[in-house]
Design a protein around this ligand. Structure first.
Ligand code: GTP
Ligand code: MG
Length: 601
C-alpha cells in the first residue's frame, strides 16, 4: 500500500485544479473522482486521513462508488475502524535513520498521529499472536516438495524416494524472504502474510489493495455440486480413529534455534539412541567426520547429508527424520540455524505441531542467540514458530557440559528467555525447560546421570518431554481439506501426484476428491506416508498421493483437495494481516517495497 508523501501536496493541489490529480509516486494523472492512483494504487492525499479519516472515507465513498481502498488500509488511518486492533504501532516508532527527508516528514506525522491516538486513549493495541484470525484455523498449504521429503534418515542415506529419484534438499537463495500465505479457510475470505525483514531488506506486500484471487472460468466437465451445508457433514466410520488402531498419532516437531546451538547433534543423538541409526552407520559418520577434521559433527552428519553442509559444518536445509515414542510418531524437522537460511527454516517448519528450541548454554553463545550483536535466531525462530501457530515449546538448554551443568546459568537463561517467549505469546504452562548435553548424552533419553545436573534437576528428560506434549489438534470430524504443497509425477504415484498435510478430514485410496480451485474431480489411486504405501490418512498426516482421472494442468500447488460435496470456498479478495518480525529500517507509509514469493527452487 502506498500513500503520497506529504510534501508533495502543492503538486497535488495544482493538478487538482486541472481536474486531474497527479500521483506522487508514479506521476500518473488520475481522474478527480479517484482517491487512489489507478496505476499504482497510491492514496491521493494522506493528510486528509489524518485530519478526519472517517469524514474523508464517507466523502470518498460518495464521490466514487468504486472506492477501492482496502479495509486494512483504511484501518491504518481510521482509529475507530473495526480493523484498528490489528494495526501494529509501538513506542519505538520514531524516526531514527531514514533515507530521505520526505520519509522523515511522513514518519513524523505518523508518529504524532499515533501519539495523539494514544493520548486520546483510542484503542490501538499491539498485534497479539493469540489474536485469532480466520486463516489461523488452517495451517499452511504451500510447501515445496523439496522440503516435504519422504525420506527417512535412518541410515543417513541421501534422500531417495520410492522411485529411486533423488529428492534434493531445498535451497532458497534469498535470505531476506519470508512469506507465509495461509490458504483460504472455510468461509473465510482472508489470508495472512508473515513478513520477516532483516538485513535491511524489506519484504512486504506492496499491493494490498490489488491482491485478489480471480475465479478461473471453469472449463471443467465435472460440475461442482452445490456445496452442502457443513452442518450436514457426517464423517464416515473409516475416517475416525478407532481405539483398537495402534497407529500412533503423528507429531511434526520442529527443531529450531540459533546457529551451532547443537540442533543436528541433538537429532543425531536421539536417532542413534533410539536405534534409528545403526552402529555401523554411526561408526562410518564418526570416521568420515574425523577424516575431514570435523569429528565433533559426527552426530550432526545424520541430519546434514549434503557435502556442502558437511564441509561448512552448518545445516542449510531442513532435514527430516522419524522416530516413535510411546504416544507419537514423531517427524523431526531439523532446521538450519544460520540467518542466511531462515527462508528454508520457514518453509520446512510451517506445518509443525510443536517445537524444540535448542539453546547453546555456553557463555556468549546464548547471548548471541538473543541478538546481543545483531539479530539472534533464538528470538527470530521462536517468533516465527509462534506465528505458525505453535503453542507448545520445549526449550532444550544444550551444551550444559560447557558450563559445568550450572544451575545458575540455566536459571539465568530461563529467566531471560522466558520474558521474551511470554512477550511472543507463549503461555508459561506451555513451555518445558530441559537442561541437557547432546554431546555427552545427558538428560536426552533418560534422567541425567551426571550428579552436577541430577543434584538440582529432577524434571523430564527430553524424550519424556516430547512424549508428554499435548496431542496436536487433528480435526477428522470436518470434511477433507488437503492443501497442495507440490505437484509432481513419479513412477510409483503416477502422472499426477501431489503432496501436503491433511488439515481436516480423512482420505483413502479409491476416494473421489475435488481439486479446487479448478473444480475437477479425481480419484485417489495411491497414498504414501513416510515413503511407504498406506490405505488411508487422517488430519495431521503428511502424505503424497497419486491421482487418477485428472489432467495435470488442473492441479496446482496452493490448491486444495476437498471432499466432493464440501469444496473449499474460493475467495475473490484477500485481506492481509502482516506481522513484522524484525527490522532495522522502519516501514513507512510510502516506502517502496516488494512482494516476494516463496522460492521453490
Ligand atoms: P546449524 O544447523 O548450522 O544451525 O547448527 P546446529 O545447531 O545443528 O549445531 P550442530 O549440531 O551442527 O553442532 C554445532 C557444534 O556444537 C558441533 O561442533 C557439535 O559438536 C557441538 N555440540 C553440539 N551439542 C553439544 C553439546 O551438548 N556439548 C558440546 N560441548 N558441544 C556440542
Ligand atoms: Mg544443524
Amino acid at each position: 500500500m502506498f500513500v503520497p508523501k506529504l510534501d508533495n501536496r502543492s503538486d497535488l493541489e495544482s493538478s487538482r485544479n486541472s481536474g486531474l490529480w497527479q500521483c506522487s509516486i508514479c506521476a500518473h494523472g488520475n481522474d478527480e473522482r479517484h482517491i487512489s492512483c489507478e496505476l499504482c494504487g497510491v492514496l491521493r492525499d494522506l493528510s486528509l486521513y489524518f485530519n478526519n479519516a472517517l469524514e474523508v472515507e464517507d466523502r470518498a465513498k460518495r464521490r466514487n462508488k468504486h472506492y477501492s481502498v482496502s479495509v486494512l488500509a483504511r484501518s491504518l488511518f481510521s482509529p475507530s475502524s473495526t480493523m484498528s486492533k490489528d494495526v501494529i504501532f509501538s513506542d519505538g516508532f520514531k524516526a531514527s535513520r531514514n533515507a530521505t527527508g520526505n520519509t522523515h516528514a511522513t514518519l513524523d506525522v505518523l508518529h504524532k498521529t499515533y501519539m495523539a491516538c494514544k493520548g486520546r486513549r483510542i484503542n490501538i493495541v499491539p498485534f497479539k499472536f493469540d489474536t485469532p484470525s480466520p486463516d489461523d484455523m488452517v495451517t499452511t498449504g504451500l510447501k515445496s516438495s523439496r522440503n516435504f521429503r519422504n525420506d527417512v534418515c535412518i541410515a543417513g542415506k541421501k534422500a531417495v524416494d520410492s522411485d529411486n529419484c533423488v529428492i534434493e534438499k531445498g535451497t532458497t537463495t534469498d535470505p531476506s524472504s519470508l512469506v507465509k500465505l495461509d490458504e483460504i479457510g472455510e468461509g473465510s475470505s482472508s489470508s495472512s502474510f508473515v513478513v520477516d525483514c532483516h538485513n535491511e531488506t524489506l519484504v512486504l506486500d506492496h499491493e494490498l489493495q490489488h491482491l485478489s484471487l480471480e475465479r478461473k472460468p471453469k472449463k471443467s466437465k465435472a460440475k461442482i455440486q452445490k456445496p452442502v451445508s457443513f452442518s450436514l457433514y457426517k464423517p464416515e466410520s473409516w475416517m475416525l480413529q478407532h481405539e483398537d488402531e495402534d497407529t500412533p498419532r503423528q507429531l511434526n516437531l520442529a527443531i529450531v534455534g540459533h546457529v551451532d546451538s547443537g540442533k543436528s547433534t541433538l537429532c543425531g543423538r536421539l536417532l542413534h539412541a533410539l536405534g534409528r541409526i545403526s552402529k555401523k552407520q554411526m561408526h562410518k559418520y564418526d570416521k568420515e567426520a574425523k577424516e575431514k577434521g570435523k569429528g565433533s559433527f559426527a552426530y550432526a552428519w545424520a541430519m546434514d547429508e549434503s557435502a556442502d553442509e558437511r564441509e561448512r559444518g552448518i545445516t542449510m536445509t531442513v532435514g527430516v527424520a522419524y522416530f516413535n515414542t510411546k504416544n507419537y510418531h514423531v517427524v523431526l524437522l531439523d532446521s538450519p540455524g544460520h540467518k542466511d537460511f531462515v527462508p528454508n527454516m520457514i518453509s520446512g517448519t510451517t506445518q509443525s505441531d510443536a517445537a524444540v528450541l535448542v539453546i547453546d548454554a555456553s557463555i556468549g553463545s546464548f547471548e548471541a542467540g538473543m541478538g546481543v550483536n545483531g539479530i539472534g535466531q533464538t528470538k527470530e525462530h521462536s517468533q516465527l514458530i509462534r506465528s505458525f501457530g505453535v503453542d507448545n515449546l520445549i526449550v532444550a538448554v544444550n551444551k550444559m557440559d560447557l558450563v559445568e551443568y550450572s544451575k545458575e546459568r540455566f536459571n539465568f537463561i530461563k529467566s531471560q528467555l522466558g520474558i521474551f517467549l511470554r512477550s511472543c505469546g507463549y503461555k508459561e504452562s506451555a513451555i518445558t525447560w530441559v537442561p541437557l548435553s547432546a554431546m555427552a548424552n545427558e538428560n536426552l533419553m533418560t534422567a541425567a546421570s551426571d550428579t552436577r545436573l541430577s543434584s538440582w534437576y529432577d524434571g523430564n528428560c527430553l524424550l519424556k518431554a516430547i512424549d508428554t506434549l499435548p496431542p496436536p489438534h487433528c480435526d477428522v470430524l470436518k470434511p477433507l481439506r488437503l492443501p497442495i504443497c507440490d505437484v509432481f509425477s513419479s513412477q510409483m504415484l503416477g502422472q499426477v501426484a501431489i503432496c501436503g498435510k491433511v488439515e481436516t478430514g480423512a482420505i483413502r485410496s479409491g476416494s473421489k476428491v475435488l481439486i479446487m480451485p479448478s473444480g475437477e474431480l479425481a480419484t485417489v489411486k495411491i497414498i504414501e506416508r513416510d515413503s511407504s504405501r498406506c490405505k488411508l490418512a487422517r488430519a495431521g498426516d503428511n502424505i503424497a498421493i497419486g491421482l487418477q482421472g485428472i489432467d495435470p494442468s488442473h492441479v496446482m500447488s496452493g490448491g486444495v483437495v476437498c471432499h466432493p460435496d464440501y469444496p473449499v470456498p474460493v475467495a475473490s479478495s484477500l485481506e492481509l494481516k502482516i506481522l513484522v518480525l524484525d527490522i532495522t529500517v522502519p516501514i513507512l507509509v510510502g516506502l517502496q517495497v516488494s512482494n516476494q514469493k516463496r522460492a521453490h527452487g
